[in-house]
Design a protein around this ligand. Structure first.
Ligand code: SF4
Length: 307
């Protein structure tokens, strides 16, 4: 493993490449990355980097977003087949038809979508800024929120917004995090704070939201809470590799995954071996066609401006 890491670091320097990695990737990928972040942080980093090559250790839609933001850079993804159930949950023709049924509506699109969907959208958002973005839209305008039913439902509930429709898509990993799963873990660790990602199935259930020790956060919010809280034990209700970063930042605290199965197999497709291949062969390039990229950039830039 050491040998692979050395080779990756050397090649990265020679080629003026930057490695961006998502919190859900394998621990060894997180450790070799130049920057580790959630979708919003990674998008910002892709915008500001002066590297010639961006190697995106994550899933395909994330690399597409980086390519839209930095069209002059070569964007590479080590695992070509790393897709996302959420991004695959809506097709451009579905969105176009939905817009036709609702003329004048504002389309707010979670960043976990393909570039052709973003090109049909008014705003992009992440779980960090979805609330601010929806709140920035006048109350009398209908919002069409895509594609995540759990995040969208949570935003609708928190804002109390009546004029908001939510698409029926979901993340297969966060869909496993339901009310019973949370309550079961809480009985095992009654002293813990429970940090829940709003893509989770339980995100709108008052049985969970009204409990004193439960908090709904983006990944960045979960990391911040764990760092600043005086508590010692935390139940982590999101993709479980996030615990690698949490444990590194807080070596004396205890982090418990919400369940054994909260694992995104697509994020795990990036390995040290295919990362090295990616740098050596400059594969697999992700490039969004120019016209589509121009249209997709508008909602992405609005997202980056809001927070
Ligand atoms: S965790 Fe869910 S939303 Fe994130 S990449 Fe995996 S399938 Fe997609």
């Amino acid at each position: 493993m050491e040998n692979l890491i050395e080779k990756i670091k050397k090649l990265k320097q020679e080629k003026n490449a930057i490695i961006l990695a998502h919190y859900y990737t394998r621990p060894e990928i997180q450790d070799v990355a130049d920057y580790l972040g959630d979708s919003l942080g990674l998008a910002k980093k892709a915008k500001e980097t002066d590297a010639d090559i961006i190697v995106f250790c994550g899933v395909h839609f994330m690399a597409e977003t980086a390519s839209v933001i930095s069209p002059d850079k070569k964007v590479l993804i080590p695992a070509k087949a790393a897709g996302c159930s959420l991004a695959n949950g809506i097709r451009p023709r579905d969105l176009i038809a939905w817009k036709k049924e609702n003329p004048g509506a504002v389309v707010v699109t979670y960043v976990n979508t393909t570039a052709d969907i973003k090109a049909e959208s008014d705003y992009c958002c992440t779980s960090s800024n979805a609330l601010d973005i929806v709140n920035s839209i006048p109350e009398d305008q209908l919002v069409l929120f895509i594609p995540d039913k759990n995040l969208g439902g949570y935003i609708k509930k928190v804002t109390g917004r009546e004029k908001m429709e939510v698409w029926d898509g979901m993340c297969i990993v966060h869909e496993l995090i339901d009310t019973d799963t949370i309550l079961k873990r809480m009985t095992e660790y009654p002293e813990a704070d429970v940090l829940i990602h709003p893509e989770s199935n339980c995100s709108q259930d008052p049985k969970i939201l009204d409990l004193p020790n439960t908090y709904m956060y983006s990944t960045a919010g979960i990391i911040n809470h764990a760092k600043t809280s005086p508590k010692n034990t935390f139940i982590i209700a999101t993709e479980q590799e996030t615990i690698h970063k949490l444990q590194k930042d807080n070596p004396t605290k205890t982090f418990v995954p919400i369940a054994d199965n909260t694992i995104c197999v697509n994020m795990k497709k990036v390995t040290l071996e295919n990362l090295l291949d990616c740098l050596e062969k400059e594969q697999y390039e992700v490039k969004v066609p120019e016209q589509m990229a121009k249209r997709a950039l508008i909602p992405i830039e609005r997202m980056l401006e809001i927070k």
